[in-house]
Design a protein around this ligand. Structure first.
Ligand SMILES: Cc1cc2nc3c(=O)[nH]c(=O)nc-3n(C[C@H](O)[C@H](O)[C@H](O)COP(=O)(O)O)c2cc1C
Length: 386
């Protein structure tokens, strides 16, 4: 972290008698310092939710949207993510100010935004630059704001420059502190559940609610997946998170077909299928309801490449358990392979190892039921009843 201000006004003439010049230089320093602190912002930090019921940016039907209670005066205000704060600065503040000076302000603030941290910073940068250009365009900083500004119309441009820099600095400081907290909390800090609790209650969750999952949580799960051990650390994996409704609708019948093809390979028909398959059978009918399906692909063919991905799927499910998100490991069948590859653009050199529908459970997690340890383990030598 940089502790000193980044002075941008070295070249402006000093001393100066222009108060506006002094103020503008100072505002420039504040902006430069903020952009310095935003350097390298990751998507995970951007969407980090260290508290419940946050205002943030979420995936919407027509692209990402800013999610908050329209009653912004709610007291106490909910926690807001870095994503929300950047939107607020870029849109509510600077784009809004520029539009108000131009007399083109819309009745409602634009709540479409981005889930990409780098893009959000660039949007803030350009919204700030446009607002700054507007400020610079005023020759007399002590002229009144004018009637567009309602109760503040008798205030002057200099007042407004100070108000804008106040927004910039106080939200900028909040964002910078959140980044410090994120770093201090360490990776995986979104996963506070004790590992024992997660392991002992991790059931195959096949009945899923349709509610969309927070993008930040999916990212945490995927990030946990890629921490997994894997052969030679070659990381021969690629994860496709399918949330697009049309793609899920087209995948669902392929999964259904694959599931029944596997049953046919085992000699079962719908009439002879044992009751123990009831839950998996229902998933074959209902997988299209899942809000997301993660395809665990290996970027090479063959059993060794496929096996190397197994620990990753367990990590993803454990992380999901800690976040209250369930899922089930499922496999497909060679009879649908070509169509699945075509649907998701998967090359012939790769393979889908598991398809994992994930979502909030309609039932409850755990406990798991397993045979006693003594029955399945022995010491030093193989000891198992035939
Ligand atoms: C490699 C593997 C493949 C699996 N394939 C399927 C599947 O195709 N469909 C399904 O519904 N469950 C599948 N499962 C989930 C298991 O059926 C489930 O973990 C097992 O029945 C134990 O249930 P529990 O975890 O809820 O205790 C699979 C699990 C593993 C490890």
């Amino acid at each position: 972290m940089r502790q000193t201000a980044v002075m941008t006004n070295k070249d402006s003439p000093r001393p100066t008698t222009s108060v506006a010049r002094v103020m503008l230089d100072s505002v420039d320093d504040m902006a430069a310092q903020l952009f310095d602190r935003l350097d390298g912002l990751s998507d995970a930090e951007y969407l980090w939710q260290p508290a419940a019921d946050v205002w943030t940016v979420r995936a919407g039907d027509d692209g990402p949207v800013v999610d908050f209670d329209p009653d912004r005066d709610i007291d106490p205000a909910p926690f807001t993510t870095i994503a929300w704060r950047l939107w607020h600065l870029a849109t509510d503040c600077f784009a809004g100010y520029t539009a108000n000076f131009a007399g083109t302000a819309a009745d409602e603030t634009d709540t479409s935004w981005t889930l990409d941290a780098g893009e959000a910073v660039e949007r803030l940068r350009s919204s700030w630059a446009e607002f700054r250009a507007t400020l610079v365009g005023f020759e007399d900083w002590f002229s009144e704001l004018g009637e567009n500004w309602g109760p503040w119309h008798r205030h002057c441009i200099a007042d407004f420059a100070m108000h804008a820099s106040n927004e910039l600095v106080h939200h900028g400081a909040e964002i910078a502190t959140l980044r410090d907290l994120y770093r201090a909390a360490g990776p995986g800090s979104g996963l506070a559940m004790p590992v024992g609790e997660a392991m002992y209650s991790l059931r195959a969750i096949r009945r899923l609610r349709t509610d969309p999952l927070p993008v930040a949580d999916i990212k945490i799960m995927l990030d946990a997946a890629i921490q997994a051990p894997n052969g030679g650390n070659l990381q021969l994996w690629h994860f496709i998170t399918v949330t697009d409704r049309d793609l899920i609708d087209r995948f669902a019948p392929l999964y259904h077909e694959a599931w029944w093809a596997k049953r046919a390979d085992s000699g079962y028909t719908p009439e002879t299928l044992p009751d123990s398959h009831a839950s998996a059978r229902r998933l074959a009918d209902e997988i299209g309801d899942a809000p997301a399906i993660v395809l665990f692909c290996s970027i090479a063919k063959g059993a060794a490449a496929a096996n190397a991905i197994i620990p990753a799927v367990q990590n993803l499910l454990l992380a999901g358990r800690a976040l209250g998100i369930g899922g089930t490991i499922t496999t497909l069948h060679p009879s649908v392979e070509d169509r699945v590859h075509e649907l998701f653009g998967i090359p012939d050199s790769a393979q889908v190892v598991y398809a994992v529908p994930i979502g909030y459970p309609r039932g409850r997690f755990g406990p798991v039921s397993r045979r006693p340890l003594a029955e399945v383990s022995s010491q030093n030598r193989w000891q198992r009843e035939a």
